[in-house]
Each structure stands twice: as structure tokens, then as C-alpha cells.
Design a protein around this ligand. Structure first.
Ligand code: NAI
Ligand code: MG
Length: 346
């Protein structure tokens, strides 16, 4: 795997947290170098009308993966601009898996204070290239009181089968498939058929099925029941914000967008550009750092990845963290505290 990582810091808190991630990886002294594309942002888009150029895409293609901050800016419409960057990269590199782990950082930061409910350690596997977010559909009589707006949900046999197989490939104990096949007829039937086939291929793994409404309830009632939760694009988007909050908040949640066949991957915190706190220096860098840990895993540095996760947990336990986790540190101080822990033990 190529050792150059393209970095797209983006907008808002994106550059603030991405800096902590690249500095931390750099501090490990590994054979990884960064190609920083810090001109991909809303300023450039407002100036040129282009979110990401052909030349940018070439640079990303030459890299072995992408470390991403966040994109989005109050001055531009997300549907045009953010789509052009993040959704474009997902489709361009066929990053059909969105792997979103949730593991409890510390008792104090979860709403679930009952000790028996606190052992959260699960992954939401979200289908990333189909479903409701393709922009298939249209508007009839737009802008009038007779407007009809339709967004169609796309499900393919290939798309559903491959995300289910990925879910089984990362299962430690069990896989729970989540759909709404009692209400969403056609796609629901396809998910059910592919699920039966995938289950038959992996008799060694414990399996279950839940409708998405029941899944939301059960994830809060007893998250310890879950190991891998696999679902479509929109349900995965929503359930992974829920699991992020259970495990310590959106600022700490990590993800990887991945094509398991090519190995190309884009690593990013689950949060967006957080315009409400951007520039204040208080963004939690842990989501970006945990995303960097996923990058280290995939680039053959799983020892360092484990050390980084342990360092993060120790700083949170000591209360050395940003305000969203009950601390008083700035983004840079929190990043530096984690690096100090990491290098002290590493
Ligand atoms: P958001 O994730 O940016 O913010 C939601 C809430 O979480 C805010 O109160 C924010 O202050 C807080 N938060 C987010 N990251 C944090 C961090 N690192 N530390 C502490 N608190 C943090 O979601 P929102 O407000 O819905 O979207 C803002 C912009 O970001 C929009 O333009 C949206 O389109 C974009 N966005 C981009 C994403 C991406 O680049 N992958 C993902 C989600 C949203
Ligand atoms: Mg989301």
C-alpha cells in the first residue's frame, strides 16, 4: 500500500482537528507522508465555482488513502458543494463501505451510567453508495402549492450483497441486519433475500434482524447486545450518530469510507465542520485522531493504532479533554496531551 496520504482538511473545525491527527501520526515517526490539499474548501469554491478540480483528483489518485477533516460552510449550499467533494470521492473510488465504530471512551462521557449497559463496543456498517442519497428523483410543479418531490431509494443485488459480506468479514461475535422491510416493500425484499444468502455463507457467525425503529430503541436500551450493525445508507447515517452519542459524543466518533477490494480508503471524523464552534479552538480532535488510528490499522501499524487509542482513553479518563467531554482544554492542548501520553508509553 502506498505510503502517501492525501489530506483534505476542509472547512470550519475540519482543519483544526485534521492538524492534530497529522501531527500525531507524524510524531510516531512512521513511513507515512502527507500530501495536504488545503485549498479544497468553501473559499476556493466561492472564488472559482469548483469544489475539487481534476488536478486535485489526480493527487488523491496518486495517494494511498485520504485523511479528511470536514466540509460545509454556512455561505454555500451543502447540497451542491459538499456533494461535489465527499460524495464525489465516495463514488469516484467506489468507497461502498462506511465503517463507523463506537467504543466507550470513559464512563463519565456516556449517557448510560448503569455499569451493565456501559460496555459499548460496536460498529455500524453503513452502505455508502446506494439508497436514498443518490439524487434519483425529481420535482413536479416546483415552488407551487401543488409541488410533488420524489427521492427514490436505489438498492441493487450487488450493492446489498457486498455490504453484508463486509459486515460478516469484520464481525467478532455477531451481525445484526437492520432494515424496514415491513414498510419499504421492494428494497426490503431485496435486503431480506441477500441477508438469507449471506447468513447461509457464514453459519459460524451469530445473526439477528431488527427493523430500524426497534434497532434505535434497542441500541439505547442495551448497546452491549451489538457487535456489527449493518444497514443501508440513510439508516446507517442516523444510527451511527446515535451510537456516537452513546459512546461519548459526535466529536469523538471516527469512520472510514472503504472499498475492500481496492483497499482505497478515506478516513474522517463523523462530525461536520461545526460552524457554531469553528475558530474558537475548542473542537474535540478525538474523532480525527481515532480516524487516524483506523488509518494506522489499515497501513500495517496496528500496534501504534492500539497505543493511540489507549492514549486517547487515558487522557479522557484524566479529564484532559475539550469542553464537549467535560474538560477545559483547547483542540491543540488536547491533541498535545494525547501525543504526550502516546510517546511516554510508546
Ligand atoms: P456538525 O457535526 O458540524 O455539528 C453538530 C454539533 O456537534 C454542533 O453543535 C457542533 O458544535 C458539535 N461538534 C461537531 N464536531 C465537534 C467537535 N470536533 N468537537 C466538539 N463539538 C463538535 O453537524 P451540522 O451542524 O449538522 O453541520 C455543519 C456543516 O457540516 C454543514 O455544512 C454540513 O453539511 C457539514 N457536514 C459535513 C460532514 C462531512 O464533512 N463529513 C458531515 C456532517 C455535516
Ligand atoms: Mg451524518
Amino acid at each position: 500500500m502506498m505510503n502517501t496520504i492525501a489530506v483534505i482538511p476542509g472547512d470550519g473545525v475540519g482543519p483544526e482537528v485534521a492538524r492534530e491527527a497529522t501531527e500525531t501520526v507524524t510524531a510516531l515517526g512512521l513511513d507515512l507522508t502527507f500530501d495536504v490539499l488545503d485549498h479544497i474548501n468553501a473559499d476556493t469554491y466561492l472564488e472559482t465555482g469548483v469544489a475539487m478540480s481534476e488536478d486535485d483528483l489526480q493527487r488523491v489518485r496518486r495517494a494511498g488513502g485520504v485523511l479528511f477533516g470536514a466540509v460545509g460552510d454556512p455561505r454555500v449550499s451543502s447540497t451542491g458543494y459538499a456533494r461535489d467533494i465527499l460524495l464525489r470521492l465516495r463514488f469516484e473510488f467506489d468507497l461502498y463501505v462506511n465503517h463507523r465504530p463506537a467504543a466507550l471512551l470513559h464512563d463519565r462521557v456516556s449517557p448510560l451510567r448503569d455499569p451493565a449497559r456501559r460496555a459499548i463496543d460496536l460498529v455500524v456498517v453503513r452502505e455508502n453508495t446506494e439508497g436514498l442519497y443518490l439524487g434519483v428523483g425529481g420535482v413536479l410543479r416546483g415552488g407551487t402549492k401543488d409541488e410533488v418531490a420524489i427521492d427514490e431509494e436505489v438498492n441493487t443485488y450487488l450493492g446489498v450483497s457486498r455490504i453484508l459480506d463486509y459486515a460478516f468479514s469484520v464481525a467478532r461475535r455477531s451481525v445484526c441486519m437492520v432494515d424496514k422491510s415491513n414498510a419499504v416493500r421492494h428494497g426490503g425484499q431485496l435486503w431480506q433475500r441477500c441477508w438469507c444468502e449471506a447468513v447461509a455463507r457464514r453459519p459460524d457467525v451469530e445473526t439477528s434482524h431488527l427493523y430500524v425503529d426497534a434497532a434505535a430503541m434497542n441500541l439505547v436500551a442495551d448497546p452491549t447486545r451489538f457487535d456489527v450493525v449493518v444497514t443501508n445508507n440513510s439508516y446507517g447515517d442516523i444510527l451511527s450518530d446515535l451510537t456516537a452519542q452513546l459512546a461519548g459524543g459526535i466529536g469523538s466518533a471516527a469512520s472510514v469510507n472503504l472499498n475492500p477490494e481496492t483497499g482505497f480508503a478515506l478516513f474522517e471524523p463523523v462530525h461536520g465542520s461545526a460552524p457554531d464552534i469553528a475558530g474558537k479552538g475548542i473542537a474535540n480532535p478525538i474523532g480525527a485522531l481515532e480516524s487516524a488510528a483506523l488509518l494506522l490499522d489499515r497501513h500495517g501499524h496496528s500496534g501504534e493504532a492500539r497505543a493511540l487509542r489507549d492514549a486517547v482513553r487515558r487522557t479522557v479518563a484524566a479529564g484532559r479533554c475539550t469542553p464537549d467531554l467535560g474538560g477545559t482544554l483547547t483542540t491543540a492542548q488536547a491533541g498535545a496531551a494525547i501525543r504526550a501520553e502516546l510517546l511516554a508509553t510508546g
